[in-house]
Design a protein around this ligand. Structure first.
Ligand SMILES: Cc1ncc(COP(=O)(O)O)c(C=O)c1O
Length: 413
């Protein structure tokens, strides 16, 4: 009887709580309620017109068969050039692997870099898929408790403690991070990368929110095309580990966030030489190739029009971020992670006298606003925190803030 057959132990990974919130939000919306969704980490706009137009041309005339396992040469070149443009770093296209979203990139990078039993450190709070993929692959996850004193980013002293307390084979770093949006400073990234190289610890740097960074007083962020900023200004705000790939670091990135191409399932890795062959072999076996249509059309994302459309989105996020941050007092959110980048505000709601899962359930049921409880990102302190995504349309974000403020007033009565 198939129901009694074994299910692998490795597949027992926890589901995303955000998916349950999303399902409930959709149910309420289908039942006619007005629901504002600020739980998904997903841009409200889709791919830029230039990418869509190229996709239509390709659908009509293109060869959309399997591609090279590491991606089509034109896209690997365009990605390599992007590193020159944004960070002034020379990347050999041969070290670029195009992947099925950054999610597919993580799987390949972890498979290529780590063995069963290897110990890999990551920040808590953090994006849950890292630890769930690592656990499914039989790696031991070492959670580093990261708080406001280090901008929720890991430090060399935490790494030393993990290293001398049981050994360490890898570190996953994310900057800007999800759920906090916080960024690591360039000198700290350099110190962490050097420490990792010296101790044979593989650094895997998640850079999928690069380009979505804010200066203080962020509404000053312009939507001017990249060319008028002298090239490196945008990426220059976020230090890249691509500088350290020759020393063993792996960079993971994606078209999902800055280029708003979530469903196209397109991402990439910048690899150190020794991982190119293994990732090529693994990628060919696991997926044959990343999606052909997305790859060919994705080249257009690196055109001036593609960057300009992305910058318009970032300007909208900046305005929404300003709006949320200007209402923190009204929201009663006094402990908030510094929202340096990405499109999240991570706030402590424990002062409202309920855990964050209940808080989110009630907010959705009573005010029609969907936020994500911190339990997805932090198994220890997450019951105190919620994540608000301001990637939705600015009018949606504004109305949602009003509703949260009004809902909290009903709690205090
Ligand atoms: C920090 C982080 N890394 C990776 C991903 C995966 O994105 P994708 O597979 O669409 O590139 C996400 C998605 O939300 C994320 O927040």
């Amino acid at each position: 009887m198939s129901g009694s057959m074994k299910v692998s132990r490795r597949s027992h990974v926890p589901p995303f709580a955000v998916m349950q919130v999303l399902a409930e939000a959709n149910r309420l919306r289908d039942a006619g309620a007005s629901v504002l969704n600020l739980c998904a980490g997903e841009p409200a706009t889709g791919a830029s017109d230039v990418v869509r137009r190229r996709a239509i041309e390709l659908l009509e005339s293109g060869d959309l068969g399997y591609t090279e396992a590491l991606g089509v040469p034109a896209l690997r070149h365009a990605i390599a050039e992007h590193y020159g443009r944004w960070y002034d770093v020379e990347v050999d296209p041969a070290r670029v692997a195009v992947t099925t979203g950054s999610s597919g990139g993580f799987l390949l990078a972890f498979l290529a870099a780590f063995d069963v039993g290897d110990r890999v450190a990551l920040a808590r709070p953090g994006y849950p898929a890292y630890k769930n993929i690592l656990a499914a692959l039989g790696c031991e996850v070492v959670e580093l408790d990261c708080g406001p004193e280090t901008r929720y980013q890991p430090t060399v002293s935490q790494l030393m403690e993990a290293y001398y307390g049981g050994g360490l084979d890898g570190l996953v770093l994310a900057s800007p991070a999800n759920p906090t949006g916080t960024m690591i400073r360039p000198d700290e990234l350099a110190a962490v990368a050097a420490w990792c190289t010296d101790h044979d610890v593989r650094l895997v740097s998640d850079e999928i929110y690069h380009g979505i960074v804010y200066d203080e007083g962020s509404s000053s962020r312009t939507s001017a095309p990249l060319a008028s900023r002298g090239g490196s200004a945008i990426g220059g705000g976020s230090p890249t580990a691509a500088r350290y790939t020759r020393d063993g670091a792996v960079v993971v990135s994606s078209f999902s966030k800055y280029w708003a191409m979530t469903g196209w399932r397109l991402g990439w890795l910048v690899l150190p030489d020794e991982l190119v062959g293994p990732v090529d072999a693994l990628a060919g076996n696991v997926a044959l190739s990343p999606p052909a249509l997305a790859q060919h059309a994705g080249v257009a994302a690196f055109s001036p029009e593609g960057y300009a459309a992305a910058e318009e989105n970032v300007a909208r996020y900046a305005a929404s971020r300003d709006l949320v941050l200007s209402r923190l007092d009204d929201l009663g959110w006094s402990r908030v992670a510094p929202a340096d980048g990405a499109f999240y505000v991570y706030a402590d709601v424990s002062g409202d006298g309920m855990d964050s899962v209940t808080w989110c359930e009630r907010l959705l049921a009573e005010a029609g606003v969907a936020l994500t409880p911190g339990t997805d990102f932090d198994g220890v302190h997450g019951r105190d925190w919620v994540r608000l995504s301001f990637a939705a349309a600015p009018t949606t974000v504004a109305e949602a803030v009003e509703r949260v403020v009004a809902w909290r007033a009903t709690l205090q009565r």
